[in-house]
Design a protein around this ligand. Structure first.
Ligand code: NCD
Ligand code: ZN
Ligand code: ZN
Length: 429
């Protein structure tokens, strides 16, 4: 099906018509018989790209599947997601990575790009099949033990040396386990003491970020810092970039808007790794995103079944949903961010970091048609039950967020139309 996207405001600037042919490519004139999508008043951005998504398949299909996670992604305006490796079994072989990639293709709603584990079983000891995963059909280029830190410096050094050969990148979950162990669940400070919750100090993140940028310098390889959460980490990354070290970084929507004081009610919805931080850190993260020290926003969409999340705070699983709300949270947290900057941090930079050809490209003839059309003025009150995700651990429930995804186009096909999933029939046409 070819498309005419009529009257869209390109990155919030001039109003244009966009034409898509039946191969899913932008062209410079309306193809015969094209379907018209009314985009008047809507902002057109390149389809969003999420560097950090947990899809839970294989292993925890009660919490999310590749299909339901793809649906949530499309509703959030995404056309590509990187699926983290901490599934069961772990994505640590070419076969496992290829399977995730294939299931993503079958779902057909976004590009699902598997992230490969750095170490076998995420155990932090032996390297996983990095080269084989890269040479598989999935062409894995991003490797991460996310959920766990690659804390052994020798293993991290080896991994960086190994992926350098093919331009890969290691995305690190920065958490020194001797400073913040598995029980650590609340930003360490006056509040963690008062609440009696095990503290997760900012320094446990910062020492790993500092070590890793030095390893990146030493190896000449590329490191990516997942879910940066403290002002101290921002300082280290700013310094490293100024030295010309190949480091990139992401921040989550929740770390841009929510603060640690939400934990006073012991609501496990707000339990996440790394933990919510004080306002000073939130302010530093916002400033770092604006000045380019932090390259990208990544959701860290972390669905959990009720029976894993609805526990006493210390026993509940870490993580919160994010795909469907990310754009609204970014717009709400940073109302002055230009649409060009939204495109930069949510599409262009993440596509570049992950090396995803065809994603994060200008909406121009010759490029694949991955587009999101956003109502910039809408206010949406989040309802956790109106979600494509199988999980309900949504920290935004009941909150009003600015802007709404109206249509999403993936490879020239409408995956979301008028704010709802497009019919399967329309997808296959
Ligand atoms: N962010 C989280 O709190 N949880 C993630 C793991 C992770 O991103 O570290 C998960 O897999 O549930
Ligand atoms: Zn993590
Ligand atoms: Zn994660």
């Amino acid at each position: 099906m070819s498309l005419v996207i009529k009257g869209a405001s390109l990155l919030g600037e001039e109003t244009v018509d966009l034409f898509v042919d039946d191969t899913g490519t932008f062209v410079d004139a309306a193809p015969a018989g094209a379907e018209t999508v009314d985009a008047s008043g809507l902002v057109a951005l390149p389809g969003l790209v999420d560097l950090h998504t947990h899809l839970r398949e294989p292993g925890r299909e009660d919490a999310e599947t590749i299909l339901t996670g793809s649906q949530a992604a499309a509703l959030g305006g995404y056309t590509a997601v990187l699926a983290m490796a901490n599934t069961s079994p772990v994505t640590d072989t070419a076969e496992a990575a290829t399977r995730v990639w294939e299931l993503g293709r079958e779902a057909g709603l976004v590009h699902v790009q598997p992230v490969g584990a750095v170490t076998r079983g995420l155990a932090g000891e032996e390297l996983a099949e990095l080269g084989l995963m890269h040479r598989s059909r999935a062409r894995v280029t991003v490797f991460s033990d996310d959920g766990k830190c690659v804390h052994d410096a020798r293993v991290m050094r080896r991994a960086l040396e190994y992926v350098k050969a093919f331009g890969g990148v290691v995305s690190q979950h920065s958490q020194d386990p001797s400073l913040a162990g598995p029980a650590a669940c609340c930003h360490e400070g006056e509040l963690s003491g008062r609440l009696g919750l095990p503290g997760w100090p900012g320094i446990a993140e910062e020492v790993v970020v500092a070590r890793d940028v030095m390893l990146a310098r030493h190896t000449g390889s590329r490191v990516h810092v997942a879910h940066v959460s403290t002002a101290g980490s921002v300082e280290v990354i700013r310094w490293a970039k100024a030295q010309g070290i190949s480091v990139t970084a992401e921040v989550t929507p929740h770390h841009l808007l929510l603060t640690t004081d939400l934990l006073t009610g012991y609501d496990p919805t707000y339990k996440v790794n790394p933990p919510l931080r004080p306002q000073e850190d939130v302010a530093a993260l916002r400033a770092a995103l604006l000045d380019g020290t932090i390259d990208a926003v990544a959701t860290d969409h972390a669905p959990h079944a009720r029976h894993d999340k609805e526990h006493a705070f210390v026993d509940a699983a870490f993580g919160m949903l994010g795909l469907e709300t990310a754009l609204g949270v970014v717009r709400t947290a940073l109302p002055d961010l230009s649409w060009a900057d939204v495109a930069r941090v949510m599409s262009v930079a993440p596509a570049r970091i992950a090396g995803l050809a065809g994603q994060g490209q200008p909406l121009a003839p010759g490029n694949p048609a991955h587009v999101v059309l956003v109502d910039p003025d809408a206010t949406v009150t989040v309802d956790r039950d109106a979600s494509a995700s199988l999980s309900r651990n949504n920290p935004w429930h009941g909150r009003a967020l600015t802007s709404q995804v109206v249509h999403t186009v993936y490879a020239g096909r409408l995956t979301v139309r008028d704010g709802a999933l497009a019919q399967a029939g329309a997808l296959s046409s």
